[in-house]
Design a protein around this ligand. Sequence first.
Ligand code: HEC
Length: 177
Amino acid sequence: MNRNLPNMVEISKTVHRTPAVAVADADERPAMRLGALRRTPAGAAAGLLGLAVLALTACASPSQLSNGRAIFLTGRDGSGVPISASPRPLFAYCAACHRTDGSGGVHFPGGVVSADLRHRALVTDQRHPYTLALLERAISTGIDNDGEPLDPVMPRWHMPPNDLHDVAAYVLTQLAP
Ligand code: HEC
């Protein structure tokens, strides 16, 4: 939580000045970077290497991402086993509250609104950006990226470690922008 909007102005000012930030910015658009590299054979090899690095940083194979997607959209993993939470959640799967595209914005009794889970909201616009480990913690224990407890409408999910990893990786890498 805790979007840090005033500081965003600061960040956008520094983007143009600091080379370190400019590099980070380029890293966020790997397609563009790799496209430029592919113009020469050596560049093509470097591009492939870049893809491998990207796959590693995403920390999830296609089958893991499809398992994560199944959990997010249906509340059942790739083998059909349902995820659960106690107390019993208002809805049994993530997309019911966060929408299929992760944009959130669903209002619940008591005034709480489901969070936007897309990359910009969870990573780019955060003072403490979510990582895979922080997402796993939020999903399973309800502690957010700032160490604060989330509203109890967000269920504390029980699922095996591989399912927790896969749904967190899906949220972190597949819900764009
Ligand atoms: C019953 C509705 C509901 C379901 C189902 C649900 N969530 Fe949430 N979730 C919420 C609400 C509401 C919040 C915002 C809580 C707050 O503001 O304190 C939230 C917050 C979050 C956050 C914290 C985001 C932030 O900005 O810190 C993450 C991550 C998250 N949900 C992931 C998931 C995932 C993954 C699933 C499925 C495994 C899921 N949620 C299922 C209602 C739900």
